[in-house]
Design a protein around this ligand. Structure first.
Ligand SMILES: C[S@@+](CC[C@H](N)C(=O)[O-])C[C@H]1O[C@@H](n2cnc3c(N)ncnc32)[C@H](O)[C@@H]1O
Length: 223
């Protein structure tokens, strides 16, 4: 069995046929992850797409981070993707501003037997990161897209050498890559995202790969 074309389809930049094919080859998730995938659809909670989950899982498997920070946790789905069956993991910090989702994720981490490794924060990521004092090996950004650069500036001093920052939705429905006029509502986000990506690309301390997976995934490595 494999993933079907369900869940977070809208917003992706890859056409449906290719997405369907890609998802048909992705191995099924754990039972708990499957439960959250269904819950996310019925409750309309945004979670990472299956193809983003698979690259995230692989990056974690390759780099074996001891400490992971997630910005934008929702119900804990992507956190589970990074933490379940991850033997190298010692600590997973999660940041979520909505109290209801923070509480839901708490139950999910309990169910997954991860409560002793997960440290949850509830609040605005920027405020939490301003007082941050924990070294991290791996960061996954999936919170407010217009604040990625701000998040990055705040967390980068705590990112260990060789560490990765993975950012979802960086092409933002293709708008970030389009030269044509972006609608007024999304202009600030798009300009900020373009600025963030170009700053990182020009900074010799970092390597960056921009992959057109779902809505665009950036993988940044601190050299
Ligand atoms: C796309 S959802 C995260 C989905 C999650 N990563 C997953 O795949 O299971 C984004 C979440 O980030 C939270 N969020 C957005 N902006 C935030 C901020 N500035 N600080 C903390 N949380 C934020 C939202 O409340 C929402 O639950």
């Amino acid at each position: 069995m494999s993933h079907s074309l369900q869940g977070p389809k809208t917003g992706g930049i890859v056409d449906d046929k290719a997405t369907e094919y890609i998802r048909s080859l992705i191995k099924p998730s754990s039972k708990l992850q499957e439960r959250l995938e269904s819950l996310a659809v019925t409750r309309n909670v945004p979670i990472i797409a299956p193809e983003v989950a698979s690259i995230l899982r692989m990056l974690v498997n390759i780099t074996k981070p001891k400490t992971i920070l997630e910005i934008g946790t929702a119900m804990g789905y992507s956190a589970l993707v990074m933490a379940e069956e991850n033997e190298s993991l010692e600590k997973l910090y999660t940041l979520e501003r909505r109290y209801d989702r923070y509480k839901e994720a708490e139950v999910v981490f309990e169910d997954a037997g991860l409560s002793d490794k997960v440290i949850q924060f509830c609040g605005e990521a920027t405020e939490i990161l301003e007082g941050w004092e924990n070294p991290v090996d791996f960061v996954f950004m999936d919170g407010a897209k217009s604040h990625y650069e701000e998040f990055f500036i705040l967390i980068e001093p705590w990112l260990n050498k060789g560490g990765l920052v993975v950012c979802d939705n960086v092409l933002f429905r293709g708008m970030v890559a389009e030269s044509s006029e972006v609608n007024r509502r999304d202009r600030t986000l798009v300009n900020r995202m373009r600025n963030f990506l170009s700053e990182i690309s020009e900074d010799s301390r970092f390597e960056i790969v921009l992959a057109s997976i779902h809505d665009g995934v950036a993988v940044i490595r601190k050299g």
